[in-house]
Design a protein. Structure first.
Length: 112
């Protein structure tokens, strides 16, 4: 099985970053994966996440747990999109949407 070197460990200050999902190596060390790059997750009996580039990561989480993390990540994207559509989106940090940003809210369905 071809594996890439482990990515750097993720610190607890990054817990709110929802651009990645958190998984755990078999030695207990946590790291982050971009869920958009995960092709599939299988149990062999250990859980293996296969990335689009062929990289494989063996993780402690079950397949169901990884799938749930991916689902929550994607639901967060949809929720943010819905908030933007309704004009209710507020960036959690001042840096999240830079001043002069080209982000334009979707017109509401009633305006179409």
């Amino acid at each position: 099985m071809r594996t890439e070197p482990f990515p750097p460990a993720v610190g607890p200050t990054e817990q709110e970053d929802r651009t990645v999902i958190r998984v755990t190596r078999l030695n207990g060390e946590q790291f982050a994966l971009n869920p958009d790059l995960i092709e599939r997750v299988e149990a062999h009996p250990d859980t293996v996440a296969f990335l689009l580039d062929g990289t494989k990561y063996v993780v402690k989480e079950t397949v169901d747990e990884v799938v749930r993390e991916i689902r929550e990540y994607r639901a967060g994207i949809l929720a943010t999109s819905y908030e933007m559509d309704r004009g209710e989106y507020r960036a959690s940090t001042p840096d999240a949407v830079p001043t002069g940003s080209s982000v334009v809210p979707f017109p509401s369905r009633e305006e179409r």
